[in-house]
Design a protein around this ligand. Sequence first.
Ligand code: TYM
Length: 343
Amino acid sequence: MAFTPRVFSGIKPSGDLHLGNYLGAIRRFVPLQETHETIYCMVDMHAITVWQDHVDLKRWTYEIAAAYIAAGLDPKKSIIFNQSQVVEHAELSWIFNCVARMGWMERMTQFKDKSGENSENVSLGLFAYPSLMAADILLYKSTAVPVGEDQCQHLELTRDIAKKFNHDFKKQIKANGHKGNFFPVTETLAIGPAMRVKSLKDGSKKMSKSDASDLSTIYMMDDADLIAKKIKRATTDADALPSEAAGLDGRAEAENLVGIFAALSNRSVNDVLGEFGSQGWGAFKSALADLAVSVLTPIADEMKRLVADRGEIDVILRDGAARARAIAQPIMDDVRNIVGFVR
Ligand code: TYM
């Protein structure tokens, strides 16, 4: 069966957006709207798998919507909406809870990291999280998903769920008039520099919404002075920059900063090293700070303008949710029939 090339991705409103979210996800969403049908979401149902204050949850949800638009998503081209506004996400995730196996979920490294020593006491939602993520994607029969590297394992699981559903319900899928697979085997789009932006203070950790050190994360709403300060204080090693990418092996902090430079300037790592190779860190960090400020501050200014009037965003989200439902509902009708639910 031929599937419409359709892109889906989402971001969790569980903290302030940072450079990793921008480089690993948001900026890559924008060009796809020229070549694909694109659906982008704030996944508030994912956010509540750990405790969220309701005021913060709403604020972060609006902040992501604002970032999408400020970074160049056009609400006429892309569907932009909030996950909980389309209830079918919850319904399909329940069905997927019954398709996915416990062992698959137990292997998820992100669950292990997040639950740590405390796995008996985390929410059931946190454990089932990847099944909701598979539902987000497959509710629209999405064929490709742009994400940062940390989400790749969840996308493998999405493919496993799609394959198992296609296999388990093969007869009903055929009986309902579908030729071949019902769900696509979705492709992961995670290639390029900065697919895993690291903490500016510790090259062994990813940059994240929940880092205790203020200087390790560049937030999208940081002002120019703060961005420059964080870059200038970023940890580096004592050696000069190498002249080509191979020279970054085993130098996590150096690789991180050069990768950020390459991604922000749309250049290759080798090209950046061609310019800065064999120099010390001072000149490079100064150039990186200027570059980061020139890319991020116009987006932050537009985000601030947009979040000041939630009414404008509400209109976009209502329209997005209606368009998302229009795609999801016929697919869910088929799923209910295939599974055998009486309607
Ligand atoms: P979340 O909210 O943690 O992150 C949103 C996006 O940002 C990327 N990202 C990074 N990329 C590079 N370097 C980093 N340090 C970094 N930190 C975060 C993530 O890879 C992601 O693309 N489970 C997902 C949200 C989700 C989703 C989905 C994504 C729910 N349903 C369906 C795609 C499709 C998450 O928690 O992302």
